[in-house]
Every structure is written in C-alpha cells, then in structure tokens.
Design a protein around this ligand. Sequence first.
Ligand code: LLP
Length: 432
Amino acid sequence: MIRETNGQGQLLIGGIPAEDLASAYGTPLYVYDVERIRSNAKAFVDTFKKHKIPAQVAYASKAFSSVAMLQVAKEEGLSLDVVSEGELHTALQAEFPVEKIHMHGNNKSLSELEMAVDHKIGCIVVDNFYEIALLTDLLAEKNTQMDVLLRVTPGIEAHTHDYILTGQEDSKFGFDLSSGQAEKAFQLLNANEMTNVKGLHCHIGSQIFETSGFTLATKKLFETMSDWRNRFEFTADVLNLGGGFGIQYTEEDDPLALDQYALALIEEVKHQSEILEYTMPEIWIEPGRAIVGDAGVTLYRMGSIKEIPGVRTYASVDGGMTDNIRPALYHAKYDAVLANKMHESPDQEYAIAGKCCESGDMLLWDVKLPKVEPKDLMAVFSTGAYGYAMSNNYNRFGKSAVVFVENGEHQLVVRREDYKEITRLDLSYNQQ
Ligand code: LLP
C-alpha cells in the first residue's frame, strides 16, 4: 500500500498533512480522498463503456451515505441502491436522479414502499411474498405501475477466498431458485399489471476476491432466464449481479483491480448470452465497499498507554467501536500508522484499544508502530466503507465528523455530533 509522506515525516491524505486536518476538525475524524472515490467509480463505469456493454453501476449507499457522498456518486454517473427511508431521504436531499434509485430490503415496510412509489424511484428489488402482497395492493390503490427486479438466491455463498454451493440457500434474502419459490414469485409479479418485471437480481456476499463465485452466479441466473424465456416467453431487460467486490485492508489481502472484477462479469455475460442465444440484458452491479472503502482513513489522537510486561502494550485512541465496529463485530483487520512519525521505524508492537467500556473494544490487536506517545496521531486505513455507516452512540459518545479532501482542499461534509446533542431526542418522564 502506498503512503504519501512529506519531508517532515507527516502522512498526507490527498496531498494535505493529516495533522492539519486533525487540528482543524478534531479527532476521531473520517477523511475521504474524493479523487479515490471518483477513480474507483470510474474503474467500473469505464470498463463497461469500453466493452460497449449497457450497464448501470449502482453505488450501494449502505457502505457510506451522506448528502456530499451521494452528490459525488451523482457526478460520477452512478445509480444508487438504498435500503431504507433514511437512505432514500438522503438521496432526495442530494437531489439524486430518482429514476436511478433502486430499493432493497428483506422486510420493506408499507411506508418505505409508499415513499419509493410516491417519489417514482427507478425500481424496487422485490425480496419476498409478503412484499409482493404489500406492493401490488399499494400500486393498485395508487393506480400506478412500478419496475421491479426479482431478488433470487442462486445457492452460492461467497466468502473472501472461496464460495460454497448449497442446493437451497439458507438466507433471509430473496427467493430460492431451487425450490420453485422464485418461479412462483415471478408468475405473481408477471401476471400483475402494476408490476413490470425488468429482470433478476442476486448478491452473493461481500469482500469477495475471487471471480468464480460471480461467474457461477451469472451462469445460474442465465440458465433461469433462458428457462423462463422458453416456458413463459419472458425476456429479462436487466441482470443485476449485486456487489461484494473485495478490497485491500491489510497486506494479507490480495484483491483484483476493480476493472478486473467488471471484466470477469462482462466475459461471462457475453459467453452466456452467446451459448444460450439470449439477447444481452443490461448489466447492473451494486458495489459499496469497492467505491468508498480504500478512499477513507480514520484519524485518532493517542491517549493512555498501558504496558503489561511480557504480554502486550495497550495504546488507547479517542474513538473505537463507536466509529468502527467492524473489528469487534467481524474480527476485521486493518493497517495503521502514526501519521506524525512516518519517518520513524515501526519497530514496536501495540494493541490499539478504543475508549468504550467494553474489553472487546479493540481496533487492532497487533500493529507495528514507532514508539507511541500521548497526542501522537494515528491513521487507520481503508475505513471508508461501513465505518461511519455503522457508527453508533454507545456510551453516549457523539458521532465523528467527516471531511472530504480533493484538489488540495478540505471541506467538512458531516458535522461532529456534540455531546449536548446526545439528549436531543430524550423526553423527560413526568410521573403522575
Ligand atoms: N447489494 C446488496 C443487495 C447488498 O446486500 C450489499 C451489501 C451490497 C450490494 C454492497 O456490498 P459491498 O460491495 O459493499 O460488499 N457491514 C458489512 C458488510 C455488509 C454488506 C451488506 N450488503 C461489513 O462491514 O463488512
């Protein structure tokens, strides 16, 4: 991983010394290199363009949603995947083109569906039979039509380094292909005049490095589409292959370049279209992590240091599982440096602790750093996806601020939550 450093041994983010950002905005601080967000988006978009494949690259906004982020996504010509009223509201605030918004969710509420229908979003990815009933009743009541995709589970469960094949997918999401559920759902939607079935959707997992899971899913979906063409005279206009493209967190991770993921999909889609003589559908993908993950860095100020002789040395930061719950939740690994000591050799091992009242609140268990002293500035890399998005107010800590950096300039895009704002929703209890 390349780290930009200036002559004073300071880490640079988008050309700006990390210390300047930390001094200006405080810590913990999420910093995004916007050029990186743009180049990640372009890697997908340009690959489809180059190969003349009609496509939509939908940013999965669950990875990091804020008005500024969605403005950048809009500028890059991305579509958008939302899963809640909050994510849709953020998109509307960012004036995201509604026809490019898709809504997901395994238990969409009536009010979520209503919001999507009323704002005429591009498409709803239908997930289950309960939703079909809610949606078709709603559309009939409003006498309006909606484009839908059918989310299916192709029986492929992908992990970072491999995938497992199961006959029937044990997942809370989507309609199972092997048991005939998907076909039944298709028939219900296809027969309903208010729902226009555009095609199929699948998402096989997240942080996937190998293309074999994606290509196998593509093959399975094409086989289903071909079967339905023959039996129901249905031709899919859209094939949505979901997100999940893996990124590098530590040196141990060896992901593909983003255009290579797109290329693998393109090749398989072309191949399947040819052998099944299927008119090439529009290809949609939904990357979240791959767009924002490696564009984000979190800055922390170091505080207390506790050495347990012969065991380990704990060094605490001024954040933790409130701004990054991934290590506690998934044992996720990260790489970190001391942003103010880039010229010093990282020859000491530390366990980096958060400040929440919980022993499991650890950010990194074993990272090599130069000697840590209070007030040093630590930078944790690749925190752009599912960091701010999953941040929380445990111990009533306020959420951290977000800063965008581009063209040598920095700009606050999400304000820090002040501790006084923590009680803004609280009401006092007056006992009668
Ligand atoms: N599409 C669908 C239907 C999804 O469920 C997801 C992620 C994505 C796209 C985007 O996946 P990505 O490209 O970001 O891998 N909180 C976890 C990740 C959960 C992903 C959930 N769905 C984490 O921090 O690793």
